[in-house]
Design a protein around this ligand. Sequence first.
Ligand code: NAD
Length: 277
Amino acid sequence: NTVPDISLNDGNTIPQLGFGVYQIEPKDTAEAVGRALEIGYRHIDTAQMYGNEAGVGEAVRASGLDRGEVFVTSKLNNGFHRPEEARRAFESTLSALKTDYVDLFLIHWPLPTRYDGDFVSTWKTLEEFQRDGRARSIGVSNFQVPHLERLAAEADVVPAVNQIEVHPYLTNEQVRAYGSKHNILTEAWSPIAQGRVLDDPTIVDVAEQVGRTPAQVVLRWHVQRGDIVFPKSTTPKRIEENFQIFDFTLDDTAMERISGLDKGEAGRTGPNPDEFD
Ligand code: NAD
């Protein structure tokens, strides 16, 4: 039951399963992340907007693990897309984490009209962070195909990842297909749709067939599709359960049944990136 490392387009590697900390209270974050690290997670997904980077850094230091053993992702706060502001925001991420680098730094949302929608100059600022070694890898989040095409036309570095909403009710195939064609890994956020897919009759049925829980079956479906996932929980039993997904497989029929639950746009739980500003 070991977590595979996946290669990014810049030569670095990322553990395919991580731990997400969105909506974990700052005061509870160090404890939850500490528990995840004890269980064996080596990849934590946070963001300046979550307000809990300090707790993530605290847990990594308290774990006794070397900094190099834990893959830490953070994301640029919305509203800080201008290069000067992005540089300041990135510095405050590093100081909250109390670390001198992050493994992966992302533009959190493309923000189509704010700052004239100029996420290209923001991206070039992330390229600086990668050149100076403070971000080992850089990527984007919530980018749609036209956003990715614009970066391909106007910037030098291809994003290592695109972190987007993906789960059985929103399989997001077009954006994923662009990623696989251009060597951009897909990270699936809200992989269990914040719990909404877990009582779906098809998921429950597949779970009974393989003798696993609905959450394990859905997470397993993601990793067999090749995506990166980082489910969130503050319940120790669930943090452990979500980690046990590399000792069973789903056959093609089960995979297809789960993919068949896609509701397209109606399945979205979060905002549409083309509108969210
Ligand atoms: P998720 O799909 O991971 O669901 C988390 C919720 O599901 C928990 O709060 C809990 O209620 C329930 N749950 C978790 N494990 C369970 C289990 N084993 N059994 C039953 N219920 C269980 O939702 P999420 O937190 O929104 O997404 C995961 C991570 O993705 C976030 O923590 C964050 O790191 C990232 N994310 C990124 C963006 C973005 O814009 N880039 C947006 C949302 C989330």
